[in-house]
Design a protein around this ligand. Structure first.
Ligand code: BF8
Length: 635
């Protein structure tokens, strides 16, 4: 392979193994796809009806309109918001499952689950305006679930989604309502996008993009309730020390990777592994079961239980190549279909669990909330059987793993700050932003993409920002990158943080008995957990008496690729945040759409997309935005 594809040394060690065994990885397939379709990259290919596909000539020589008359601006805008709809649907379907599980718990069913964080349930109920006096936990759970599910089914368009309006600044909620982009129903917002982009409907790119903003806010609603209700059911994360990268796979254990997104599955697999650990030992694995994570579900169990992370999105095929992964159990989203092919070359059992996500070559064990534990046990039995087939001669576990301090929920951050000021925990953070020890805050989010060297952008931009005293937060596969590369450690703070940032992180760490600073990058969770960062930002904004767009807070998705990331990015922009993309979005075939996204949206909502593929330049640009915001606040 003649190009550099990943800075992850474990990946670099295993790619020759793939080559030797004639196994195609994501990077081989990427190479085979070159050159990729130029029209698609620009977003000017329309496949919405069967008169097409149509494409607009970006150089102006060929056709400028599709058969129906849609021009590049209409086509690009429609393509983009259909992506946002898919992202919103994915996140919120995840949220719907969690809300349904909470409802079942309230009804006294779904015995594998219980309310683990009662205080959070009370807090959520209060936020949603549910009276709790004289009600028991089950009743409250049912009412919280019902109000949450109303956000999926309300038909009165005058009443906004409650999880949206109750979690943002008042000013922001009003602004978005006045623009007509505040959703009243998550599912309706997704359906509206699909209907307005049908052949012969919305052709005005501005109007289409406003529909996209509404879809992105539906995504926000679904993400928010996913996170908060998961905390109610599985506990709110608190800091713990764990490790990341393929070295977490153990030769003398039955290794099971949980991959996908929804903690409804991964939590129960973890519980069952504890219960049945003796069975694994009896099968010959001295260390019993070893659960490791991939992608966001890995992050969920990492945040709550310190389960080590094997890897992030782009390298999800690699754990199988170690020859020591006995089972990979998946639910939904970001699961490469190639896993079903690659696992044929090893003993690994690939297990799908959701009726909407089946993969040729996989064994399907249907997972339902009612029979969760039975399914989990069946999965473990399949892993034990696979372990018996393992060929010791083919084991090749890269001995790379880094310590990762994880579990920084909003509550954990406020809790840590409260050790400095119990009466007013946010004050130390604000004081240090005002005095310049902390210049600003950056939230790293989103995926890996074959369009960039895996993990490189994350690491380079983060180091640069940290040296300039920017407090770093991370979620999703970004958090995966930082944990794999040792940036979620105290050592990284001492090595890379500027003096001001180091002093603040040390003061907080010392006050919390850590004998040193907080880690350089605070792991806030999975993709849906971006709302954890938003909740801290909203609290800071409210304390300062300003809206979110005034804060020295930026978002960076330097390796982004998925439709969910399109939705999250658009949601961050809608909330007023400058949002960096390190890959080129497929919109540049329309000048109008590109200008709206990168400039005009600023006037409308305060946020906009900053596209920069060079990590060094991206860091500089993000620092300039932070500086500009500080000036705006007179600090
Ligand atoms: O939701 S960061 S590659 S795993 S889409 Fe997917 Fe992107 Fe990873 Fe999680 Ni998010």
């Amino acid at each position: 392979m003649n190009f550099k594809f990943s800075i992850d040394r474990a990946v670099q060690q295993l790619l020759p193994v793939a080559e030797k065994n004639n196994i195609q990885t994501v990077w081989d397939r990427f190479k085979a796809q070159q050159p990729q379709c130029g029209f698609g990259k620009l977003g000017v290919c329309c496949r919405i009806c069967w008169k097409g596909p149509c494409r607009v000539d970006p150089f102006g020589n060929g056709p400028q309109r599709g058969v129906c008359g849609a021009d590049a601006h209409t086509i690009v805008a429609r393509n983009l918001i259909r992506g946002i709809a898919a992202g919103a649907a994915s996140h919120s379907d995840h949220g719907r499952h969690i809300a349904m599980a909470l409802f079942e718990v309230g009804e006294g069913h779904a015995s594998a689950y219980k309310i683990k964080d009662e205080a959070k349930l009370q807090q959520v109920a209060k936020r949603l305006g549910i009276k709790t006096d004289g009600k028991n936990l089950q009743q409250i759970a049912k009412e919280v679930a019902t109000v949450s599910l109303d956000d999926f089914s309300r038909q009165n368009a005058k009443v906004p989604c409650q999880w949206a309006v109750s979690t943002m600044t008042k000013e922001r909620a009003e602004k978005l309502s006045n623009l007509g982009v505040m959703p009243h129903n998550i599912d309706a917002a997704v359906a509206e996008i699909m209907s307005r982009t049908h052949v012969g409907c919305d052709a005005d790119p501005v109007n289409i993009l406003l529909g996209g903003l509404k879809g992105a806010l539906a995504d926000y609603t679904g993400m928010y309730l996913s996170t908060e209700l998961s905390d109610v059911l599985f506990g709110t994360p608190q800091p713990s020390v764990t490790s990341a990268n393929l070295g977490v796979i153990k030769e003398n254990a039955i290794n099971i990777a949980v991959h996908g997104h929804n903690p409804l599955l991964s939590e129960i697999v973890c519980d069952a592994a504890l219960l049945l650990n003796d069975a694994a030992k009896k099968a010959g694995a001295a260390e019993g079961f070893n659960i490791v994570g991939i992608c966001c579900t890995g992050t969920e169990v990492m945040m709550r239980h310190g389960v080590p992370l094997a890897t992030n999105y782009l390298s999800q095929e690699m754990p199988i190549l170690t020859g020591a992964l006995d089972a990979m159990v998946v639910d939904v989203q970001c699961i490469m279909p190639s896993l079903g092919v690659i696992k044929e070359c090893f003993h690994t059992e690939l297990i799908t669990t959701m009726p909407t996500t089946k993969i040729p070559g996989a064994t399907h064990v249907e997972f339902t909330e009612e029979k969760a534990m039975d399914a989990a046990k069946q999965i473990l039995e399949l892993a034990i059987e696979a372990y018996q087939r393992r060929d010791p001669k083919r084991i090749n576990i890269p001995q790379y793993k880094e310590t990762a301090v994880v579990g920084f929920s909003a509550e954990a951050i406020i809790g840590a700050l409260s050790k400095l000021n119990p009466e007013d925990p946010l004050k130390p953070l604000l004081d240090n932003i005002v005095n310049g020890n902390i210049q600003g805050i950056a939230l790293f989010a989103g995926c890996n993409s074959t369009n960039v060297v895996q993990d490189q952008n994350f690491i380079e931009i983060a180091k640069r920002l940290a040296a300039n005293n920017v407090l770093l937060l991370a979620t999703g596969c970004g958090a995966g990158a930082f944990s794999k590369h040792g940036l979620m450690t105290q050592e990284a703070t001492l090595k890379y943080a500027g003096e001001g940032l180091k002093a603040v992180l040390t003061a907080i760490g010392e006050a919390n008995g850590l004998n040193g600073p907080l880690p350089l990058v605070l792991h806030m969770g999975s993709c849906v957990d971006n709302t954890r960062a938003i909740s801290v930002a909203v609290a800071v904004a409210q304390k300062l008496g300003v809206d979110l767009n005034k804060l020295p807070l930026v978002v960076s998705a330097p390796e982004t690729m998925s439709e969910k990331a399109m939705a999250i990015g658009t949601c961050a922009v809608s909330l007023g945040l400058t949002t960096h993309l390190g890959t080129i979005p497929q919109v540049t075939g329309s000048k109008v759409v590109t200008e709206i996204l990168t400039d005009k949206l600023k006037d409308l909502v305060g946020g906009y997309f900053l596209v920069e593929t060079d990590p060094e330049k991206a860091a500089e640009k993000l620092l300039s935005v932070i500086e500009e915001k500080r000036k705006g606040l007179n600090i």
